[in-house]
Design a protein around this ligand. Sequence first.
Ligand code: XMP
Ligand code: MG
Length: 187
Amino acid sequence: MNLDYENVVDKILCSEEDIKSRIKIVARKIEEYYKDSERKLLLLGILKGSVVFMADLMKELHLPIEVDFMRLSSYGKGAVSTGNIVIKAGLERKDLSEYNILIVEDILDTGNTLYWLVDYLKQEHMCENIKICTLLDKPDRREKPISVDFGCFTIPDEFVIGYGLDYNELYRDLPYVGVLKREIYEK
Ligand code: XMP
Ligand code: MG
């Protein structure tokens, strides 16, 4: 095994400490927004990228929450997502009308995935109040009219790994978010 695998990181964008403190701030905003709602709150994590963020965020929230997960994939050419989304693992319950839905995702990039998902949840699961919480936001790449409601960091247009985000399925376990060296994906 290559135990020196962290040498693919060009620079650290969000350190472990930065992430911890931003999650606390975002959790307080989420609590403030939902605390007086009559509806139950469902945190809907999008696998696999959200898994580390979801775990840390839910521990920080002082609200009664339920959690569920979906796995989506986008097909099309290259690494950029398209609007063609396939559900790899869906929700068991059909009627979610009694819930507020908070989508928890690693990153909002082009917006294609979550734009599709919000419409799907409204059409197929009767969701009315849907909000988006992401660790990262890359607004420079947006292709769809969608924005983050509760976000931790806005980042430049660079390919990032760590804290749930992968490159070829590796590096999700890094405790920070780092920029992947260009020579790794351009070679
Ligand atoms: P969009 O918003 O483009 O995002 O539909 C779809 C998915 O693309 C992934 N993504 C990244 N993954 N580093 C990653 O590891 C990145 O810089 C990056 N940008 C986008 C991510 O899974 C997102 O959910
Ligand atoms: Mg993802």
